[in-house]
Design a protein around this ligand. Structure first.
Ligand code: ZN
Ligand code: ZN
Length: 293
């Protein structure tokens, strides 16, 4: 699939799938930008916009895109009993939450809107550590543990999810379970990732970051890794883990740049009768984690 470049500022109904971004423009309005019209055009796995469109039909896709192109795609981060914004985060997986756990204990509360980063804060902390200093521990599993301790020391909340069909050494979060492969793919798709980042308007020189990921991918290539153990460590930190239901139906990635808000993935599922899901990333949260570490 060919990669099309950035088109800034699009009209409603023009969103064709792939990567959309939402950022602060004027004080009250939001800007929705289509960053990769034909999708990212690279990567591995069975989740794709094209296949999803064929499955659900163009009418449902239009409903989803109308929501994504409107202000209701964003919602406030939920507040706790004291009225403060909840300070943890979770993964951008588009599926619906079932059981909610705090540590190992089920809590009888509705799922709150927390910030979303790929895999949750622990995964992004690992990515940030590798990108800046390289893999500091002997194994990726150890790197996750040290990253969680660092998040605790710096009072940065984090959370995660499992799902209802994970088995073996998997926890159900692809970003965690496939962490070694994702590190390897960072190297494999270096040129495409660089183009995507440029399309998002980021001009930083990433040479050293890619070198650190190359080194990490070589060192972790033949190592055993257990997403389930990472998930157990997150629970041992007494964090919120959401058990997600059903299969993946994500057709879009929505990037939100407005601090204090997150992507309302529920409204897309609801509008499309659970036929379309969106991946979400709160870029402001990523920046916050990277700055504090
Ligand atoms: Zn996940
Ligand atoms: Zn799954």
């Amino acid at each position: 699939m060919e990669q099309k470049g950035l088109r800034s500022q699009i009209d409603s109904n023009e969103l064709q799938g792939g990567l959309g971004t939402v950022s602060e423009q004027a004080k009250s309005s939001i800007e929705i930008t289509l960053a990769a019209e034909s999708g990212l055009g690279y990567g591995e796995g069975s989740i794709s916009h094209r296949a999803g469109t064929e499955r659900v039909g163009i009418e449902v896709v239009k409903q989803a895109e109308a929501v994504i192109n409107s202000s209701i795609i964003l919602t406030d981060i939920s507040v706790d009993s004291e009225g403060l914004s909840i300070e943890d985060d979770g993964c951008g997986d588009g599926r619906e939450a079932g059981v909610i756990l705090q540590g190992d204990t089920e809590i009888k509360k509705p799922s709150l809107n927390r910030a979303k980063v790929f895999g949750g804060g622990a995964t992004m902390a690992v990515a940030a550590r590798i990108g800046v200093d390289g893999l500091s521990e002997q194994t990726l599993g150890e790197e996750f543990k040290v990253a969680m301790d660092e998040l605790d020391e710096k009072y940065i909340g984090f959370g995660a999810h499992t799902d209802s069909h994970a088995h073996g050494e998997n926890c159900g979060c692809g970003a965690i379970d496939k962490a070694p492969e994702i590190i390897a793919n960072t190297v494999k798709f270096r040129d495409q990732i660089t183009a995507t980042i440029k399309a998002l308007g980021i001009e930083d020189d990433l040479t050293s970051v890619f070198e650190k990921f190359l080194d990490a991918s070589i060192r972790t290539k033949d190592q055993e890794f257990s997403g389930k153990q990472v998930s157990e460590s997150i629970k041992a930190h007494d964090k919120i883990t959401k058990r997600l239901l059903g299969g993946h139906e994500e057709q879009y990635i929505v990037l939100n740049f407005i601090s204090g808000k997150t992507v309302d993935q529920h409204v897309v599922r609801q509008t499309t009768d659970d036929q379309v899901q969106v991946f979400a990333t709160d870029v402001w949260r990523l920046q916050e984690i990277a700055q504090k570490l």
